[in-house]
Design a binder for this molecule. Structure first.
Ligand code: 5GP
Length: 363
């Protein structure tokens, strides 16, 4: 197995509906095609298209949501996505998703999230820990020890924590509803809030009350920041002091300076930035500057399904493009532990996982 696959990795920026397998999407499209809800041949072409602009990506998401937004499917894709990350040795995953409401099928934001949690419970291929220990009761215990005892063999283990996304199309009230839901679901592994969705839609001030409320309540916050040129937003987003930001592409000089001073960790999504042409070529990617400045950063997939990538592939790509060796890439993965939205106990366990992998991989 290649080292970028076998080494443990931390994934902190993965959108649930962007991480679905192509095969699952095609299967769902075929079924809806047979029911006459969509025209399968049109949809197949859209799903299999390889390079998409950022605008086309958001059109694809509208289609994906038609295919996936019912409770059973949400449960299925959650299970598959977790198992896919675990199979490439992701040992800690923060999965983000936008709670959706669809009255016509009796879906509320709450029931959508229950379906997600059901998907976590349905994971069997690996040991999953998604309930923070302080909330762990006998009932919710789906722990490692139980799985070990069942078949006598040690399975792979993955920690999963959930972030609820506020979609930039939403109103202040809808965003606050999402934050309240996150607070209600803390005992089911929800640890924070993400602001995402089409970056040319909506305004920072619309989401600020909800984000402030989340911050006051002690939820962790990560923001999609500087994905497109928007002179009005980057500065207030950095002033807000989120625990992490995603992308950080279109920054002015002063904003780079502020970012570096604040030491806010950046979730870097190389393939996503290249495929959407947000960055024209990998050799000018800001990864290099941030890495050389020892700025906190973590490699992530963004949408492994939509961009046909995997976290292992992102490590391989960074290694090749920036001339970093196995040891440097391993250290880069390990530093991700510092930026996770989980407590010291989880961090300590991950440190031990990396230490033991370092021995096995001769690092
Ligand atoms: P979901 O939240 O439905 O599970 O995952 C898909 C959603 O995540 C998209 O509809 C969009 O709101 C958000 N998303 C996925 N990829 C990106 C991205 O690259 N940039 C931004 N801003 N949002 C994204």
């Amino acid at each position: 197995m290649e080292w970028w696959v076998s080494m443990p990795k931390i994934e902190l920026h993965a959108h649930l509906n962007g991480s679905i397998r192509d095969s699952t999407l095609l299967e769902l499209a075929r079924v809806l095609g047979e029911k006459g809800v969509i025209v399968f041949s049109d949809v197949e072409h859209v799903i299999m298209k390889n390079d998409r602009s950022l605008g086309e990506v958001f059109k694809l998401f509208d289609l994906i949501h038609i295919l996936t937004t019912d409770h059973k499917t949400v449960t299925r894709i959650t299970k598959e996505v977790v198992e896919d990350f675990a199979s490439e040795n992701v040992v800690y995953l923060e999965l983000r998703t936008t709670p959706k409401k669809n009255d016509s099928i009796g879906m509320s934001k709450h029931s959508y999230m229950e379906a997600v949690v059901e998907g976590l419970r349905a994971v069997t291929a690996v040991d999953i820990d998604f309930v923070p220990h302080k909330f762990n009761t006998q009932d919710s215990l789906n722990s490692i020890a139980m799985n070990d005892a069942c078949d006598g063999t040690k399975k792979k283990k993955i920690y999963v924590r959930l972030l609820l996304s506020i979609d930039r199309r939403e109103t202040t009230e809808a965003a606050i509803e999402t934050v309240k839901l996150a607070l209600e679901m803390r005992d089911l592994g929800v640890v924070g809030i993400d602001l995402s969705g089409n970056p040319v839609v909506g305004e920072w001030n619309t989401f600020l009350p909800a984000l402030k409320f989340a911050q006051e309540q002690g939820l962790y916050i990560t923001l999609h920041c500087g994905e497109v040129l928007n002179c009005q937003e980057v500065q207030p987003m950095l002033d807000f002091l989120p625990q992490r930001i995603g992308h950080a592409i279109f920054f002015e000089e002063e904003e780079w300076r502020q970012l570096k001073t604040s030491k806010i960790p950046v979730e870097i999504c190389l393939t996503s930035n290249i495929k959407t042409e947000s960055i024209s070529s990998i050799d000018i990617h800001h990864f290099v500057d941030l890495y050389n400045a020892k700025h906190p950063l973590v490699l992530c997939t963004d949408d492994a399904g939509v961009f046909s990538t995997s976290l292992s592939n992102e490590y391989k790509l960074a290694s090749t493009a920036f001339g970093l060796g196995k040891k440097e890439m391993f250290e880069l993965a390990r530093t991700g532990i510092e930026f996770i939205f989980a407590g010291d106990e989880v961090k300590q366990d991950l440190v031990e996982t990396f230490d033991s992998a370092a021995k096995k991989l001769n690092l």
